[in-house]
Design a binder for this molecule. Sequence first.
Ligand SMILES: Cc1cc2nc3c(=O)[nH]c(=O)nc-3n(C[C@H](O)[C@H](O)[C@H](O)COP(=O)(O)OP(=O)(O)OC[C@H]3O[C@@H](n4cnc5c(N)ncnc54)[C@H](O)[C@@H]3O)c2cc1C
Ligand SMILES: NC(=O)c1ccc[n+]([C@@H]2O[C@H](COP(=O)([O-])OP(=O)(O)OC[C@H]3O[C@@H](n4cnc5c(N)ncnc54)[C@H](O)[C@@H]3O)[C@@H](O)[C@H]2O)c1
Length: 443
Amino acid sequence: MEKVKNLIIGFGKGGKTLAKTLAAKGEEVVVVERSDQMYGGTCINIACLPSKRLIIESTKGTEFSHAVAGKNEMTAFLRDKNYHMLADEDSVTVLDGEARFVSDHVVEVTKADGQKVQFEGERIFINTGAEPVVLPIKGLKESKNVLDSTKAMDETKLPKELVILGAGYIGLEFAGMFARYGSKVTVLDLHTDFIPREDTDVSELVFKDMTKAGVNFELGVNVKEVKDVSDHVEVVYEKEGVEVTLKADKILAATGRKPRTAKLGLENTAIKVDERGAIVVDDQLHTTVPNVWALGDVKGGLQFTYISLDDFRIIKDELFGTGKRRVSDRVVVPYSVFIEPPLSKVGLNEKEAKAKGIEYRLFKLPVAAIPKARVLQETQGIFKILVAKDSDAILGATIYAAESHELINLLALAMKAELPYTLLRDQIYTHPTMSEALNDVLK
Ligand SMILES: Cc1cc2nc3c(=O)[nH]c(=O)nc-3n(C[C@H](O)[C@H](O)[C@H](O)COP(=O)(O)OP(=O)(O)OC[C@H]3O[C@@H](n4cnc5c(N)ncnc54)[C@H](O)[C@@H]3O)c2cc1C
Ligand SMILES: NC(=O)c1ccc[n+]([C@@H]2O[C@H](COP(=O)([O-])OP(=O)(O)OC[C@H]3O[C@@H](n4cnc5c(N)ncnc54)[C@H](O)[C@@H]3O)[C@@H](O)[C@H]2O)c1
């Protein structure tokens, strides 16, 4: 058995950034990655970047198979760049194989040829990400026409009729995208409320815009069965007591992703997982075994690339910094859903403020009032910013507008720095931009 100072399981966002940092300190690192198609992790290969590439291509009118080919070129480039970023470091070994714990600090790696090697890690970092949830719906697992997000982005032929299970992040982004490529899209969701965390006026606008763009929603449905029938697939669901059969070329299952721990051999260790399979960590990402950390999607909670990166910062701070950085410091976390226009949010919305009994002032502006929106010819949407009732503190913002995925970072920065809303209101912005709308919305 080989002893190694730092063993990183999974070439994900947090893990690869940590490996590079450890290498810069001259430390020995072994990074184990189960697939040579996943160097660099989920985000660059099968998630954020390829999906956003396809989404952007869909808005330019690119033909689907050309867009997929371009996306594949991009991911191949990024994969290679990521591989060399680590493999070219003298003190880093990138090892192809599937890792599995055999005891608290011993990990067995099974290589593609079946050969097994064992490592004893002085420090071990688990960064194995998440995998799609496969619901126990009759016929779902067996159907040849059911895709997950990865497979949907690798289709060479555009599905004429696409049914999407789940109106969450992936469901909405892919629904809009496939509709723009020309698919007839129906989204089925278990819940009656559409994007229930958002304010009702915002969710109504998104629903209206997506419906207008050709996406059909069936909400509050119970999906009962999926069956392959000659050249197509059928989905049987029940809505308000009525059974409906829907025909499609493909089904995209987008009903959540769960931490990838099932095959990690954690039962051989004292590393605890919760009821959802997420690795239990403390405020500094320590697992329940000393010198074993978990970072990224595998530890549960928010599943975003930038959270995995921030997990890395916490571990780096413990190893080489002040040791003060904590998960609980992470209070201002924005997000964007890349629909058209993008929906972005940070901090509280009205629904959340009311639920918490927090009094607020609401500043609201329709996007149609913004000159840049006219220039872009994207006038749908709304800005909503909440400010404390008895101070100038910004409580939160929801921006459903063109370029909101950029703008929300400005709001998040202002909140983090505890800047008064008046500073954003009175700031000089370049023109014409979407950010200059802050002059008007905050009046
Ligand atoms: C379609 C889609 C779109 C998304 N879009 C966005 C977005 O726009 N913005 C955003 O912030 N987030 C987005 N996400 C979420 C984001 O991709 C994840 O939160 C992020 O990639 C998680 O990174 P991570 O560091 O946890 O690990 P990952 O990047 O998931 O890396 C885990 C790695 O571990 C490897 N691995 C797993 N098990 C083993 C094992 N036993 N042995 C060896 N290797 C193993 C895997 O192959 C993988 O390469 C999206 C997700 C999906 C599916
Ligand atoms: N823009 C982004 O940052 C981005 C984009 C894509 C994915 N992601 C990440 O990936 C994760 C996974 O995305 P996702 O869309 O798979 O999950 P999600 O949790 O966002 O959505 C899952 C949806 O499936 C629905 N659902 C659950 N059971 C169902 C059933 N039986 N029948 C029909 N619908 C059902 C839920 O009501 C929910 O709307 C997200 O949590 C997110 O963190 C992020």
